[in-house]
Design a protein around this ligand. Structure first.
Ligand code: PGA
Length: 269
């Protein structure tokens, strides 16, 4: 992490928690967060669509330090798209971050790089910020294709965004082999990928954009490995799946991020 980039700890709940469970989770999480110094750490929660309204009510009502997130959205603002949710609707609810191009959606819902491009534009058009997921499969890593895969996914995304949009973008490096497997990337692997992502951004949009884009790591991040994963220069936060489902556990991850920021501050002063 870098002192000028605000750390982001994002909880991707995937298809977990009814709206009632979501309310309980966010109340407990909010209580834990209120005791922390969150000046340099931002926390976001990405519930399923059915829970966003409930979570928003608790967050607004109790003034909790949690940014509202979504897990995807449609690329059109409105129309005959049965079952889909529009970015306009999310923006109206106060959603700030929208996960875009998660590998589960790429694999299970046929989300191609072209669809991801359209979604990125839709998210920005509605004044929200995408959390763009990129990452290689285990087979690609074994064949030494990690950087190629990251360049393809990222290059395609950056091609449809302007420099200002790119500067505010959040990219999550999510190696597919690490998602939900309990096998997280090492600090070295995560930092190498994050630094590579920054170099691709620099090549497309210049050094200033590369310096301000936030790069998260995601894939079996937990309260036990968070401190290590946040110990380098280029990883600016975590996208947490399984370990975000328990509010106490997720709060411990946020606590590790707060400590990492403090350590970084004392090391640089
Ligand atoms: P995980 O999921 O933390 O359960 O591995 C991360 C993600 O898919 O965003």
């Amino acid at each position: 992490m870098h002192p000028e980039r605000k750390v982001l700890v994002a909880g991707n709940w995937k298809m977990h928690h009814t709206h009632l469970e979501a309310i309980r989770l966010v109340q407990t999480l909010g209580f834990a967060l209120e005791r922390m110094d969150l000046r340099h750490v931002e926390v976001s929660a990405h519930p399923p669509f059915t829970s966003i309204r409930s979570v928003q009510t608790v967050v607004d009502g109790d003034d909790l330090p949690i940014s509202l997130g979504a897990q995807t959205c449609h690329f059109e603002d409105l129309g005959a798209f049965t079952g889909e949710v529009s970015p306009v609707m999310l923006a109206k609810l106060g959603v700030r971050y929208v996960i875009t191009g998660h590998s589960e959606r790429r694999a299970m819902c046929g989300e191609t790089d072209e669809i991801v491009q359209a979604k990125l534009k839709a998210v920005y058009r509605n004044h929200m910020v995408p959390v763009l997921c990129v990452g290689e499969s285990g087979a690609e890593r074994a064949r030494g294709l990690t950087e190629e895969r990251l360049s393809e996914q990222l290059g395609s995304a950056l091609a449809v965004l302007n420099a200002e949009q790119i500067a505010s973008l959040v990219v999550a490096y999510e190696p597919i082999w690490a998602i939900g497997t309990g096998e997280n990337a090492s600090l070295k692997d995560a930092e190498e990928a994050a630094s590579f992502i920054r170099s691709v951004v620099a090549g497309n949009a210049g050094a200033a954009a590369a310096g301000s884009v936030r790069v998260l790591y995601g894939g079996s991040a937990t309260d036990e490995n968070a401190a290590e994963l946040l110990g380098g220069d280029d990883v600016d936060g975590l996208l947490v799946g399984g370990a975000s489902l328990d509010p106490d556990r997720f709060a411990r991850i946020v606590e590790r991020a707060v400590e990492a920021v403090k350590e970084r501050g004392s090391a640089s002063s």
